[in-house]
Design a protein around this ligand. Structure first.
Ligand SMILES: O=P(O)(O)OC[C@H]1O[C@H](OP(=O)(O)OP(=O)(O)O)[C@H](O)[C@@H]1O
Ligand SMILES: Nc1nc2[nH]cnc2c(=O)[nH]1
Length: 183
């Protein structure tokens, strides 16, 4: 377990790529676009735990149309030999057949996580599956299965990020804004 001093130092040493005020402005813009796209579809919002909790929780009060909320808990194996595989802890509990679904996550990195969850929803009979992420990391390792989200808050360089739901060793998902570890 990391020490309190180490964790406080991590935040102090990190580069702030977006303040909480800037994140809020991105969330407002995403909410406007999501409302335009899905406002009359009574969608099912699926929060991708754990990282999606902050983006989803912040977006929901900005979406003033009828919707339902559920969550999935899926994490990627980080072992290179098993790259792209997802470990599902919790599957969606709602019936997905015929539903318009919006997956909400913190970050689109290589894209395997959202691609796999989207594929699961479509196999379960979803009418359509859209994706929303606060952060899209710019690099050339993106999966062909999901090259971009339907709704994106902001783009960042290819650095290790935390805050706004993203963790540093399990901590600092609560950090206000988006931070990058020093290069
Ligand atoms: O686009 P990808 O390369 O698939 O990576 C993005 C995923 O990685 C993180 O989840 P992680 O598996 O670390 O679990 P967490 O949500 O518990 O942090 C993040 O929350 C996304 O779900
Ligand atoms: N915390 C965190 N999780 C990620 N998952 C994929 N990319 C990242 C990242 O930069 N930070």
């Amino acid at each position: 377990m990391e020490s309190l001093n180490e964790l406080n130092q991590v935040l102090a040493d990190a580069d702030c790529l977006a303040t909480q005020t800037e994140v809020d402005a991105c969330l407002d813009r995403m909410a406007t676009n999501i409302t335009k796209g899905l406002g009359d579809t009574m969608p099912l919002i699926l929060c991708v735990m754990r990282g999606g909790i902050v983006t989803c929780g912040s977006l929901l009060p900005k979406l003033t149309f009828p919707l339902q909320v559920d969550y999935v808990h899926a994490s990627r194996y980080r072992d290179k030999d098993r790259g792209g595989e997802l470990e599902w802890s919790v599957m969606p509990q709602f019936e997905l057949k015929g539903r318009v679904i919006l997956l909400v996550d913190d970050i689109l990195d290589e894209g395997h996580t959202l691609a796999a969850i989207k594929a699961h929803c479509l196999e379960a009979g979803a009418a359509s599956v859209k994706t929303a992420v606060l952060v899209d990391k710019i690099h050339d390792r993106r999966s062909d299965r999901l090259t971009k989200a339907d709704y994106t808050g902001l783009y960042t360089p290819d650095r290790f990020l935390f805050g706004a739901g993203m963790d540093y060793k399990g901590f600092w998902r609560n950090a206000p804004g988006i931070y990058a570890m020093p290069e």
